[in-house]
Write a protein that binds this ligand. Structure first.
Ligand SMILES: Cc1ncc(COP(=O)(O)O)c(C=O)c1O
Length: 430
């Protein structure tokens, strides 16, 4: 029995059946360097999914590794009952970068928890349990975040703490308004939002939560300005806007540091996770002080913003900014996207290439139409793996390939990965 086969048999016995594993023959990744990883059987891959957009600056970045080691030599944990200098330093930097005035930061261990905290703040502040969410959304795995998950595949319960109203989002390809030019499309979605507030809410909605580009939803990308039109409606009655930047933050979209900036708005609350810790569990919520301080009871987070994860976050953020990886994401992402656009022109099973920067989606369909083809997406994943390329998958029907490498990806690596992916897609297209 090979190492992977053995691990899989043991995994199946003691880990939940609903914890998704990629590939017919799942693999364990045991080493990484830059944008490349090695599995437990010695196979090497170029990594275009980066631990679900999480190894943001790359594997084994010396500055990040050194910061983690230095902190580990001193102390692993203290808890938020004590002052943590790394946490304060990082909060200062994030507050400044967030664009939110008079910002405060609460650190958590995951994006789920960050969104939980954001929803707690918004619902307490507004004294309402009504929440607006976007069709096709994904915000996490807890009860409160599953409540605002607009995808059947990821909705594991209907026992929700909120009253949730779903509105149309920016996924044009399958929208009833998708045939309209962008400005009319935005106006139609805005009218839908207004209508839903009139017919489905009981007044006094607490907040809207949205991903600027939907992650698990298949990198569905609204036209620029989409959320400005929504915010105009929300502002009329003080409904708060939460921007879930778990996937879109830290310059990944290339054009901007935060996804919300494509829309010319500032959110009331912002959540982050994934990339900041480069793999260390580090996430959080940012809100203006009056909102953040709204909770009427004590709270703590035993692990949130601990000395280790914040040491990693500080070093990682410094590395990102010093190397201007946002500009790199813009440049390398555009190069990759234009290659993918050309491939789409000559490949019938690609319905659309979308996304921004190093967050690119390729939606696969049955040739000649728009019928989603999840089997093709699964087959491309397998073929790409044989080529030595790891990619991700998502979308409402599991038919969208997700490309989201570390933001330090070089042009040569982008070209190499594209060639591998193109061969994989062409083999599946037949
Ligand atoms: C946009 C978005 N929000 C929240 C989450 C939840 O983050 P976590 O898995 O760290 O709880 C995810 C995870 O993929 C996500 O993509």
């Amino acid at each position: 029995m090979g190492t992977h086969e053995d691990l899989l048999a043991r995994h199946r016995k003691v880990l939940p059946s609903w914890m998704v594993l990629y590939y017919q023959e799942p693999i364990a990744l045991v080493d990484g360097d830059g944008r490349r990883v090695t599995d437990a059987e010695g196979n090497e891959y170029l990594d275009f999914f980066a631990g679900i957009l999480t190894t943001m600056t790359g594997y084994k970045v010396p500055e990040v590794v050194a910061a983690i080691k230095a902190q580990a030599d001193k102390m692993l944990h203290t808890s938020t009952l004590y002052l943590i200098e790394n946490q304060i330093d990082l909060a200062e930097k994030i507050a400044e970068l967030s664009g939110i005035p008079d910002a405060k930061v609460f650190f958590t261990n995951s994006g789920t928890e960050a969104n939980d905290a954001a929803l707690m703040l918004a619902t307490q502040y507004r004294k309402s349990n009504q929440v607006l969410a976007i069709r096709g959304s994904y915000h996490g795995k807890s009860h409160s975040t599953v409540a605002i998950t607009g995808q059947r595949n990821w909705s594991s319960t209907s026992l929700y703490p909120f009253n949730v109203i779903y509105v149309h989002g920016g996924y044009k390809l399958r929208s009833p308004f998708g045939h309209l030019p962008d400005d009319e499309f935005i106006a139609a979605c805005k009218a839908d939002l207004e209508n839903m507030l009139d017919v489905a809410s009981a007044g006094d909605v607490a907040c809207m939560i949205a991903e600027p580009i939907q992650g698990v939803g298949g990198f569905a990308t609204p036209p620029d300005g989409f959320f400005a039109a929504f915010k105009e409606v929300l502002d009329r009655t003080g409904i708060l806007f939460i921007s879930d930047e778990v996937q879109t933050g830290w310059g990944r979209t290339g054009e901007h540091f935060w996804g919300y900036q494509s829309h010319g708005i500032t959110p009331d609350i912002l959540t982050f996770a994934k990339g900041l810790g480069n793999g260390m569990a580090l996430a959080g919520v940012v809100a203006t002080a009056s909102l953040m301080d709204t909770l009427p009871a004590n709270s703590i987070s035993t692990f949130g913003g601990n000395p280790m994860s914040t040491a990693a976050g500080l070093a990682n953020l410094d590395y990102l900014l010093e190397h201007d990886l946002q500009t790199n994401a813009y440049k390398v992402g555009n190069r990759l996207k234009s290659n993918l656009d050309e491939l789409a022109d000559r490949t019938e099973i690609i319905a659309e290439v979308r996304g921004k920067g190093l967050m690119l989606g390729v939606e696969l369909v049955k040739a000649g139409g728009l019928d989603p083809d999840p089997a093709a997406a699964a087959a491309v994943m397998e073929e790409a793996k044989k080529e030595g390329l790891l990619i991700g998958k998502g979308g409402l029907y599991g038919n969208t390939l997700r490309i989201a490498p570390a933001l330090s990806l070089t042009e040569a690596e982008a070209d190499e990965g594209f060639e591998k992916l193109a061969r994989a897609i062409e083999r599946v297209a037949g």
